[in-house]
Design a protein around this ligand. Structure first.
Ligand SMILES: [Fe+2]
Ligand SMILES: [Fe+2]
Length: 172
């Protein structure tokens, strides 16, 4: 069984995902579910290819699968979900004997993922991405199609950070 399957079948991962879905079942804004994690992974892999990055696909997938799992702790204790997600990833990946250097790189990427930028800046710099952290952060923001969102009028994202249609790359 590969590491992705091991994570997806890990009881602790499955339980945390279940709790997160329960917290967000009535959420009108973007949700943090498996569909979001898969979309972040998909976009990140496209962007990695466009930037000729040699980051293993497996690490991109793992960072995407874990990056918002700490939302549970954020809902319960108002701590940063990026920090909680990194701690959660570290605990599970360590228990699964994943290489420690890769765990650290994934955790650093998760810690950095929630720094959004203006959509115009992101769009212009889509071919200047070098690290796993930049990749996940970019894919996370571009996974949200603000231009077709029914909750946009109440969203807390600043207007300039929203992904409008003219900033959504054709090839994503
Ligand atoms: Fe996040
Ligand atoms: Fe996210």
């Amino acid at each position: 069984m590969d590491i992705i399957d091991e994570v997806l079948q890990h009881p602790y991962y499955l339980r945390q995902l279940q709790v997160l879905q329960t917290y967000e079942q009535d959420r009108c804004f973007c949700r943090h579910d498996m569909a979001h994690f898969q979309e972040v992974a998909r976009i990140a892999k496209v962007i990695a290819g466009q930037n000729s990055l040699s980051i293993p696909q497996e690490m991109i997938t793992l960072a995407a699968l874990f990056h918002d799992m700490g939302r549970v702790q954020e809902y319960e204790q108002t701590i940063s979900h990026a920090e909680a997600s990194a701690a959660f990833a570290r605990e599970i990946l360590f228990a699964l004997d994943y290489p420690s250097t890769r765990i650290e790189e994934i955790c650093q990427a998760i810690l950095a993922h929630s720094r959004r930028q203006d959509a115009e800046v992101r769009y212009a710099r889509a071919f200047q991405i070098r690290t796993l952290g930049e990749l996940i952060s970019y894919a996370d923001q571009f996974s949200r199609k603000c231009y077709m969102c029914s909750a946009a009028s109440d969203c807390k994202w600043p207007k300039e950070q929203r992904i409008l249609q003219n900033y959504y790359p054709d090839d994503l």
